[in-house]
Design a protein around this ligand. Sequence first.
Ligand SMILES: *[C@@H]1O[C@H](CO)[C@@H](O)[C@H](O)[C@H]1NC(C)=O
Ligand SMILES: *[C@@H]1O[C@H](CO)[C@@H](O)[C@H](O)[C@H]1NC(C)=O
Length: 633
Amino acid sequence: MTKFLPALYFIHHVSWLLSCVNSLDPTLLPRMTFTQDEIALKSVILPGEIRTLLHPERDHGKLMAVGKRHLISLSFLYPPKTPVERKLLWAECPDTAASPNGCSYDVVLAHEREDASRVFVCGTDGAKTLCCDMNPSEDPPTCIPADDLESMRGSIRNFILKDAEHSALVESETSSSLYVTYSGSQEYVGVHKFGKNRVGPANHDKEQHYLGLVTSRRRDEPLQDKVYAFYKERNKDLNEWSSAWLPYVSQYCMADMGGPKNNLQFTWTSQMSARLLCGDPKSKQHFFEMVDIATVHAEQWQDTRVYVLFRNEWNMSAICVYSSQDIQDVFTNSPFKGTHNQRGRPRECVSDSTHLSMDVLKMTQINSEMEEWVRPIKKSGPLLISHHMYTHIRADAAFTKENTLLFLTRNCGGVDKVLESKSAAFIIAEYRPFAHRAHIDSIIHHPSSKKLYVSSRTQLVQMDVADCDHYGDTCEECVLARDPYCAWDGTGCTVATPTSDGVVQDVNSGNYHLCSSLPSHHITKVVNRSTMPEVAVALPHGHRYFLPCPVGSRHAHYSWHHDDGGATPCAWSPHGCLLLINGKREGAYTCVSEERGFSRVLARYAVHVTGSATSTRPSFWLCALAALIRTIT
Ligand SMILES: *[C@@H]1O[C@H](CO)[C@@H](O)[C@H](O)[C@H]1NC(C)=O
Ligand SMILES: *[C@@H]1O[C@H](CO)[C@@H](O)[C@H](O)[C@H]1NC(C)=O
């Protein structure tokens, strides 16, 4: 009978799922999963590559992107509009007369400036590089040289910037500087500074790939302002470390001007590098390949944290967290690697590096790697180890000091929302913004609007990541979600912050018992079989069917209860938890979820077995079966 085939197939499928799920700690699963149909998202088709999204929080529905040659206006409003492209003009274009269509500079990087009406843009034509400012609301958008970029323009003109590198614009009233990474194994690999002083890396033969730059400004001591570069370096000694890549952080003084004439002129004198450690000593799991970083800047520079995403050779992921203080401590106190005595080499930034002594300059050329490694904050292990292959990390720390929210993209197109709470990770939810497998090229998070933008090659999706009502319609479920964006306001799970008044939230422990302190609190949905309406099911004798139960939290335990007292755990499917009934046992079946002591009834069925297999009437279970067949085929 064909009717049974899906059931058999399904049983096989479920046992596979169970074996897969059981091997993992269930609390390492995302607590909730939100598919494309369940989350509030909007998407636009991109006309081409984009470099940067500009100030989207100003106007929720519309935003602007800097593309390769155009400014692109995108609208997420209804009705959908195709993106509008405006060609970017270069005022400084040397050959405007020769080519009336303007010159063909491709934008390589763009930064919003502190003065929010201006955007800093650098473009290259393969032979020359131009950097200038544009006002995106002007028509046509024109890139015009600015006063504070005067010295930068000269120093960068003959340097060809690479695509997809990292950069930081450090602004000052008189002269701004640009720090740019250059990855690979050829000439120029390292960090370059353009501005009043042009400084770059010394020649070396290492292959390095840069994953991010972090600026560290010291308000009380500007001379000690630094830039940190995070990168992975090709491992040349596979006997010592089995990994193909090793993770590093380098420091550079912003005040560095390079050495004197004929001795490290225009070359970093302050560069030092240190290995990063990310591993779990207990399980001997170590992670060497750096993938991406996210920075959480703090009021005090010492407290700034860098969340580094790593991968191992089996494509497992880990996140380790480093503090500026710990990085600084290694660069200040660690001996240099190797036996050479580097006594007398300054660890602090100096105001004029062109006056450094010959001895010091010689030392910097011998070796600049530290003996000690930078260890994660509080000498801890990874914040999270996951079997998923994550590709990007972003952080939002607009909460209490001990909480950070992380967004991690999966290689197949999902986004995990992870809470850092008291140095432990809790996976709040998995979002699936694409209908099918997709490669996420970039992810941009805007904390003030609580919107996440993810782009694939062709699509930009705007997701509302504070979609609180999806956690459930009870105070308990809202608190169990532990989402710092959400709190129970007495009537629903709504957008809030930990400082909102009169709401119930407990991000650190999800203690839903706080709900009972609400004056108007009624535990209506708690396990109480008499309050949930029953669905009547007529079942022909001898047939087997599935009863469905809607699943919310994956951290809950689901079970079926029969009114004779028997209980069965639930069989998982992508669409819920199911009970196979064989048409012998009549009575009431109740599906109950239980999470950390909070239980509620999710479904009730009154099963009535009819006399013969032929008296099939269209009834509820047929629909349930049809839904199931759709799910598994
Ligand atoms: C890891 O992922 C890469 C890229 O997706 C793939 O080529 C490689 O085979 C994977 N390695 C393992 C051990 O699964
Ligand atoms: C369910 O609710 C009813 C009415 O509110 C109450 O009388 C009954 O004791 C409850 N049953 C259980 C099992 O809590």
